[in-house]
Write a protein that binds this ligand. Structure first.
Ligand code: ASP
Ligand code: CP
Length: 419
């Protein structure tokens, strides 16, 4: 077993959909034993699980029907490389089944030692990523870049329309075909819904949607789901049956569109959509979730909406997407998620998430900075998880996910901390 023991066990619980308590009774060990096996290998309290337990866990998780290393992309199973009409892209969370998303997140687990800068790999040596961002970005652009570089590849990019020949009237199709000759994968963020799919049609290499207008942000949803799963494993909870409250601009927030649909692959969730009346979740997403057997409620009242939630997923008001006659009504200070609200309405194990950026200007009423010391705030654990998840996306799209483990080497350098 070259995966860290804790990742192996977490993956097994995730595949089986079991909490820690349910898992110990399934495999017939004490909760205390499991807790020590779940500590990082380098921890002095960590214990190695007996080989017989390891074999049993491998067997039952293999029987769970969730195969490793297959990512159906545009309906194509497995390691399809981006060539001609066989190109595989990541455009929407609609491409995933529960099994394929779990398989991808397992690849993200394998990436953890690299994301933690203990190991490095050169599996993508010689490959080039083109990052095309026609809208503002900090996290998505830099973390895709960092993820590709940490796999050994190199990155070229263009930012904004002004510095691209689209400013001279070049079409998406021409741009996409041209860049396909320069790069082996393309990440695109563009203000128009559907535009990244148009890029993909003309590309001969994999295209990844880094956010298409009010449409989708699939890699964000994948890292959000990964975060929820990792945090829930620690909190003895499962995604099945969880209560998720989405708060803020649910009309224009593409991250909630993608995450809502992705969570819909799980069973019997309760979704509470909390927004001002003018910024409600699109009806087609609400209906699809209700049809999928989930309990869905919509409210304009923050206090009652977040009560009892396992996760509060806050969002920024996407003012840049408002049309000219649109104004923001009903987003007053009593709509803000802050320490007082969380203390009054939430449990000790409620997670507070946000895709970021949060608008910290006064009057924005976005997620308050007064929660920054509260361990329930998971926003920076969320951003950190962007690296292994985006590495997993590249490795899978470029067909090297099976080479990661054997290619890893210890890093020769270390991060020096001040003092
Ligand atoms: N960064 C996220 C996005 O690009 C959320 C946001 O901007 O509010 O969709
Ligand atoms: N979460 C997110 O997409 O952040 P950026 O807009 O900074 O890329």
């Amino acid at each position: 077993m070259s995966l860290q023991q804790q990742d192996f066990l977490r993956d097994a619980m995730r595949r089986l959909g079991l909490t820690r308590d349910a898992f110990v009774s399934r495999i017939g060990v004490s909760r205390r034993a499991l807790d020590t096996w779940l500590l990082p290998d380098e921890s002095p309290e960590s214990r190695k699980m007996p080989e017989i337990v390891q074999r049993f866990v491998s067997e039952i998780s293999a029987q769970s029907g969730s195969p490793v290393n297959t990512l159906p992309i545009n309906g194509v199973e497995g390691n399809r490389r981006g060539l001609s009409d066989g190109a595989a892209h990541l455009l929407s969370v609609d491409q995933f089944s529960r099994e394929s998303v779990e398989a991808l997140l397992r690849v993200a687990d394998i990436m953890q030692p690299i994301a933690h800068r203990q190991k490095f790999t050169r599996v993508l040596e010689g490959a080039v990523l083109a990052n095309l961002f026609f809208e503002a970005s900090t996290r998505t652009r830099l973390s895709f870049s960092s993820a590709f570089s940490r796999l050994g590849g190199s990155v070229c990019d263009t930012t904004g329309f002004t510095f691209s020949s689209m400013a001279k009237g070049e079409s998406i199709r021409d741009t996409s075909r041209v860049i396909s000759g320069y790069a082996d994968a393309i990440v695109v963020r563009h203000p128009e819904q559907g535009s990244v799919a148009e890029f993909a049609q003309a590309a001969v290499v994999p295209v990844i949607n880094g956010g298409d207008g009010v449409g989708e942000h699939p890699s964000q949803a994948l890292l959000d789901l990964y975060t929820i799963q990792r945090e829930f494993a620690r909190l003895n909870k499962t995604v099945d049956g969880a209560h998720i409250a989405f708060v803020g601009d649910l009309k224009y927030g593409r991250t909630v569109h993608s995450l809502g649909k992705l969570l819909g692959l799980y069973k019997h969730l309760k979704f509470t959509f909390v927004s001002p009346p003018s910024l409600e979740m699109p009806g087609h997403i609400v209906e699809a979730l209700a049809m999928g057997g989930h309990d869905v409620e919509q409210t304009h009242d923050l206090k009652s909406g977040v009560k009892g939630a396992d996760v509060i997923y806050a969002t920024r008001i996407q003012k840049e997407r408002f049309n000219v006659e649109e104004t923001l009504e009903g987003y007053s200070a009593d709509f803000q998620i802050n320490q007082a609200l969380v203390n009054a309405q939430c449990a000790a194990d409620t997670l507070i998430m946000h895709p970021l950026p949060r608008d910290s200007r006064s009057g924005a009423n976005d997620l308050s900075t007064d929660l920054d010391q509260d361990p329930r705030l998971a926003i920076f654990r969320q951003t950190d998880n962007g690296i292994p998840v985006r590495m997993a996306i590249f490795a899978t799209l470029l067909g090297v996910e099976n080479q990661i483990e054997q290619s890893m080497r210890d890093v020769a350098w270390g991060l020096r901390t001040a003092g």
